[in-house]
Design a protein. Structure first.
Length: 137
């Protein structure tokens, strides 16, 4: 399984943000389909004695057609969210994207409408600084 170009960058950014990487990748087997989500992580909150658990799919958006890659990623996110709903209900799915694509393609009205309609959670990261810039929404 090939890892995305920014896979390691996102792992480092998550660790800097206080997350523990629990899976690399996160493997699910749902209804005879094997699914590999790039990263599984958790964050422990001592005061609440609980954990936040996330699954993170990393995408570069470096292909010639951002809209084509967006179509593929959107379908992937919807399928991954269904798989998590069936097998790991406490884990929330996030799509990790570079800040540059957030400031360009994801500012277009269609992208905004799709993200809102399909309730896609985003992690926007700075590639050069290996840090999370924003959690969206």
């Amino acid at each position: 399984m090939a890892k995305d170009l920014f896979h390691q960058t996102v792992k480092i950014a998550l660790i800097k943000d206080g997350w523990t990487i629990t899976h690399d990748p996160l493997y699910l087997n749902i209804a005879e389909v094997e699914i590999y989500i790039d990263i599984g992580a958790e964050q422990v909150f001592a005061a609440e004695k609980g954990k936040n658990k996330i699954a993170v799919e990393v995408k570069t958006f470096l292909k010639p057609s951002a809209i084509s890659e967006f179509h593929t990623v959107l379908g992937q996110c919807l399928n991954y969210r269904l798989a998590l709903k069936l097998q790991d209900t406490k884990r929330i799915l996030y799509l990790a994207i570079p800040e540059t694509i957030w400031n360009t393609f994801f500012r277009r009205e269609f992208a905004k409408l799709a993200i809102a309609e399909y309730q896609i959670n985003l992690i926007i990261f700075d590639v050069s600084e290996e840090r999370i810039v924003q959690w969206y929404p």
